[in-house]
Design a protein around this ligand. Structure first.
Ligand code: URA
Length: 238
């Protein structure tokens, strides 16, 4: 159960004050009846109409974006453009959190959600959520690099967990699977092997893969199946 003005504001992407006014003016029905009390507690699943138009309440939103190069995975920045600028007004208002930031020049799968617990679990190494990256290198990767990645690399500030490195047919292209996401981690791991990452793209997080039809800067809501796969993998759904 939830206050009607809160439910309406969230479902219609309007302010709480606008919602209260609409309710008082009799523009809102709940399960077919006009309700004029903004504070009335209603079921989140009730049929809610504003001016006769049905609204659906989303407790949380889950967005995938194909992050373009040149954008920061930050919610705001004064100089550089941020990925949230690519979202429409109604989604920007929801103050979505970014799941596992990508560097400014990195492209590919970025998840944004206001489900704080899922965000936390997706980025915590405790839940073993695989993140897959496609890395392009300046020099060809070598067999010994696979061992280096698998053994867990020691840095001055942290020791990387064992990671999987797969060398492509063109050895300048590699797939890297990580279960954590420290700052510049993929780039720093290749640096330890004497190679420089010249392009980096995140392909997947858990079972959720980047939708190739989105294109740079494109976004969409996760399907129920994609969302549930993440919730399930993080122990938030049975
Ligand atoms: N590793 C990096 O080095 N950069 C990213 O953006 C993500 C992982």
């Amino acid at each position: 159960m939830m206050r009607l003005d809160k439910l309406l504001a969230s479902s219609a992407s309007i302010s709480r004050t606008q919602a209260q006014e609409a309710i008082r003016r009799g523009r809102v029905t709940v399960d077919g009846e006009v309700v004029r009390l903004p504070e009335k507690k209603v079921d989140e699943k009730a049929a809610l109409l504003l001016d006769g138009k049905p609204l659906t309440y989303e407790k949380y939103v889950y967005i995938m974006m194909d992050k373009p190069a040149g954008y920061l995975s930050a919610t705001e920045d004064t100089r550089d453009p941020s990925v949230t600028e690519l979202l429409p007004e109604d989604l920007r208002k929801r103050s979505l959190g970014i799941v596992g930031r990508l560097d400014k020049d990195t492209t590919g799968l970025l998840l944004l959600t206001d489900d704080g617990e899922l965000n936390h679990r997706l980025t915590s190494p405790r839940y073993h959520m695989d993140k897959l990256y496609d890395a392009t290198l300046d020099l060809p990767a070598e067999k010994k690099d696979i061992e280096i990645f698998a053994s867990g690399i020691e840095f001055s500030d942290f020791t990387a967990m064992p990671a999987k490195l797969e060398i492509g047919e063109d050895p300048h292209r590699c797939l890297v699977t990580l279960r954590e996401g420290k700052f510049h981690q993929v780039k720093r791991m290749f640096e330890k092997c004497g190679k420089k990452v010249v392009a980096l793209r995140r392909i997947s997080i858990g079972e959720v893969e980047i939708d190739g039809s989105l294109g740079p800067g494109g976004y969409r809501r996760l399907t129920d199946k994609e969302r549930d796969s993440l919730l399930f993998a993080c122990g938030l759904k049975k």
